[in-house]
Design a protein around this ligand. Structure first.
Ligand code: KIV
Length: 295
């Protein structure tokens, strides 16, 4: 499998994402906001890529929206690699970023670098995403040093769900906001090329966006970030349970699937599926000999 994405023809790259930082455009106008969506399989990746999404993120959110876990914590490196390969095959223009799952970068830094290398070498990712701020500085720098671009992720980092006591908006007090600001600075200083800001007050996200030189990509962080990311299942109406207020639903694909499946069951039970036109046939003159041989 070729894991080297061809450049040119509008291919989104790490340098082209850096150029999309607000206020960095050569024309003195604001560059277009960065669009990012999650993808976990080949057909979704193809559709999103062809629709012009800039960044496809194989998020460990797949644990919740695809595999049905209660959190992202059980997701393994092998599961992430499997999905990243499928997304790679469907992606031509977008930048492909893979999430490092919980446990893959939390103990031995050398093992963390080896895991990051697998995403690039075996699955065709062009960058990896790592949750955490100040405490991940050295690790981010090591992975960047191994020629792997890193997207940071701070604020509500879902892998910290137990430490946070649930999926809660972060950075609402002065101290918590200041810590998130320090985290953002640390991620940038460590060499990350962009940073996800998840579920923090709009005002804090705007402050971080104004201060950092790398683009911020918000999810539940208001409209002032340099880009936005959503989980594709939320956008399509394919997720169950609590719906955060930032997760705007652009389609109700869940309803379409339910209706189609119910219609299919009805047609099979009523004998109207498959029809004669949907069946294969032998030529009329062969029917006799076909049954004759059976006797
Ligand atoms: O796992 C994921 O999908 C993410 C995004 C929500 C940023 O981390």
């Amino acid at each position: 499998m070729s894991v080297v994405p061809s450049t040119g023809n509008g291919k989104v790259t790490v340098p082209s994402i850096l150029e999309r930082k607000s206020g960095v455009s050569s024309q003195n106008s604001s560059p277009a906001k960065i669009t990012c969506l999650t993808a976990y399989d080949y057909p979704t990746a193809r559709l999103l890529d062809e629709a012009g999404v800039d960044v496809l993120l194989v998020g460990d959110s797949l644990g919740m929206v695809v595999l049905g876990y209660e959190s992202t914590l059980p997701v393994t490196v092998e599961e992430m690699l499997h999905c990243t390969r499928a997304v790679r095959r469907g992606t031509r223009h977008a930048l492909l970023v893979a999430d490092m799952p919980y446990g893959s970068y939390h103990d031995d830094p050398a093992a963390a670098v080896r895991h990051a290398v697998r995403f690039v070498k075996e699955a065709g990712a062009e960058a990896v995403k790592i949750e955490g701020g100040e405490s991940r500085m050295d690790l981010i720098a090591r992975i960047v040093d191994a020629e792997i671009p890193v997207m940071g992720h701070i604020g509500l980092t879902p892998q910290s769900v137990n430490a946070f006591g649930g999926f809660r908006v972060q950075g609402k007090t002065t101290e918590a906001g200041e810590q998130i600001l320090r985290d953002a600075r640390a991620v940038e200083a460590a060499g990350a090329f962009s940073i996800v800001l998840e579920s923090i007050p709009r005002e804090l996200a705007a402050r971080i966006t104004a201060e950092l030189r790398i683009p911020t990509i918000g999810i539940g962080a208001g409209p002032d970030c340099d880009g936005q990311v959503l989980v594709i299942h939320d956008l399509l109406g394919l997720s169950f349970g609590h719906k955060p207020k930032f997760a705007r639903r652009y389609a109700d694909v869940g309803e379409i699937i339910s209706r189609a499946a119910a219609e299919y069951c009805r047609d099979v039970q009523q004998g109207s599926f498959p029809s004669d036109e949907e069946s294969y046939h032998v030529r009329a003159e062969k029917v006799g000999s076909l049954f004759a041989q059976r006797k």
